[in-house]
Write a protein that binds this ligand. Structure first.
Ligand code: PLP
Length: 456
């Protein structure tokens, strides 16, 4: 605990924006297992990955030696439009919980896309432009990533083709129209426009789609077109790397006021915001300079870390992407429709998977109704209407603060508030009407999906 008066919001100066991303793999003793070619099962090379991804991004994907990677000036300039993001002292929440804990959150919802995803979207669009490409393709589930990428593509004058999981396409017309306003074309997935889409439709007529299936379509759309590459909004090492602007800013702001977090919490879908927030702090822990407790929070409807297995698995339904060793529920696992669409991926970043397996990070799963209860409480006292995904972190931060009340410990808690919930009002409506349910998959369902992981 320190005696400095902490303002409600800690803003860094524009000149204090990070100029380099931090690559935590450089400091990890046990490196994440390599991506494998799905046909030869040999480690992927930059050349191999470059058929799907931009070359510079393929290099970043495989780079596990450089701890710091320069952020090109054009990206820093774009960051200046909405960064640094504030680190907020949750004085009102502390008071409402009557806790001795000090609670801070890093808020990433202050941009039109409404979440942290823009931090990586702009970097990926930049490298595509640098390479002289015409456009990029991607998938989007809940729509946040597609929105971020269409903004970034518009900024650099790139064409952007988004495959949107069909149920979201139908249920979230507002997200879809934001993307189209920024110039992206949006196709409901599975679609007739790709071979893999047609195959999936034949096998599962009337399916409402999944992220894994939209990924397969987006990859095919990129590799079958001249001048296009595929980009992904989470899971990959490169995405985690770009998201470290969150953690680097948070760490600078903490250092400025002598704030020493004891616990750092984030929601985990594919792991990019959590990885981005904790990486610089994890670096200090790995180098023996400081100690922190890290907690990943996942929905109990898609409990990748807490109930999955650490094995090589397919990243997509069509099995066209490289194999990744990660905590997974199996690429055929289709989580129940949940109101935190951004947390429904079957796998987890291989960096976070390795850190978790090494016992350097914990994980907990929470049910969606308790998440919305926490979201409602937070909105009423802190003013921000949080995204359902972000509210997973709020829930666990509140639990930690309540524990402090019981034990009298003055812990410092930091959590990532990844976005706003303005486009999630149908979910809030369900909660407000008392008709939200909690689905938890059975052991059998998970075992069945895991049985279809590739043999090694
Ligand atoms: C996509 C998303 C997430 C989850 O993705 P990660 O890659 O795990 O960070 C969390 N919060 C919001 C608001 C999102 O849009």
């Amino acid at each position: 605990m320190n005696n400095k008066q902490i303002p409600y919001k800690i803003y860094l100066e524009e000149s204090e924006l990070p100029k380099q991303w931090y690559n935590v793999r450089a400091d990890m003793k046990n490196k994440p297992a390599p991506l494998l070619d799905p046909n030869t099962r040999q480690p992927m090379t930059v050349e191999g990955l470059s058929e799907v991804f931009c070359t510079e991004l393929a290099r970043q994907e495989l780079n596990e030696t450089d701890a710091y990677i320069d952020i090109p000036q054009e990206i820093v300039d774009f960051y200046k439009m909405y960064r640094p993001s504030p680190l907020v002292r949750a004085y009102c929440l502390e008071k409402a919980l009557d806790t001795p804990a000090h609670i801070y959150y890093k808020f990433e919802g202050n941009n039109t896309s409404g979440s942290h995803k823009l931090n990586s979207a702009i970097a990926q669009a930049y490298y595509a432009k640098q390479q002289g490409l015409k456009g990029v393709t991607t998938e989007t589930g809940a729509g946040q990533w597609g929105t971020a990428l269409s903004m970034a593509s518009a900024y650099f004058g790139l064409d952007c083709k988004v495959f949107m999981v069909k149920c979201s396409y139908e249920q979230k017309p507002h997200r879809r129209e934001v993307m189209r306003t920024y110039g992206a074309s949006v196709t409901p997935s599975p679609s007739e426009t790709t071979e893999v889409g047609r195959k999936i439709l034949e096998e599962f007529p009337g399916t409402s789609g999944s992220l894994g299936c939209a990924i397969s379509e987006a990859v095919e759309a990129a590799t079958s077109r001249e001048g296009y590459r595929y980009v992904l909004g989470s899971v990959l090492n490169q995405v985690l790397l770009h998201q470290t602007v969150i953690g680097l800013e948070a760490m600078s702001a903490c250092d400025k006021y002598d704030i020493k977090p004891d616990v750092i919490i984030g929601c985990a879908g594919g792991g990019s915001n959590l990885g981005g927030l904790i990486s610089p702090f994890m670096g200090r822990k790995l180098r023996g300079e400081a100690d922190y407790e890290f907690i990943a929070v996942e929905p109990s409807s898609c409990p990748t870390l807490t109930r999955g297995k650490y094995v090589y698995d397919y990243c997509d339904t069509g099995k066209v992407c490289p194999l990744a060793k990660m905590y997974t529920l199996g690429s055929g696992f289709i989580p129940a429709a949940s109101h935190a669409g951004g947390l429904r991926y079957h796998g987890m970043s291989s960096v976070l998977s390795q850190l978790y397996d090494d016992g350097l990070m914990k994980a907990v799963s929470v049910k969606q109704t308790e998440v919305f209860e926490a979201a409602q409480k937070f909105a009423r006292v802190e003013g921000i209407l949080p995204a359902p995904e972000s509210s997973h972190a709020i829930k666990v931060a509140m639990d930690e603060a309540i524990k402090c009340k019981e034990t009298g410990e003055e812990k410092t808690i930091l959590f990532g508030l990844t976005g706003t919930g303005y486009f999630d009002m149908v979910s809030y409506q369900k909660f407000n009407d008392g008709i939200m349910s909690d689905y938890v998959p059975t052991d059998e369902e998970i075992a069945n999906a895991l049985a279809k992981c590739p043999d090694f």
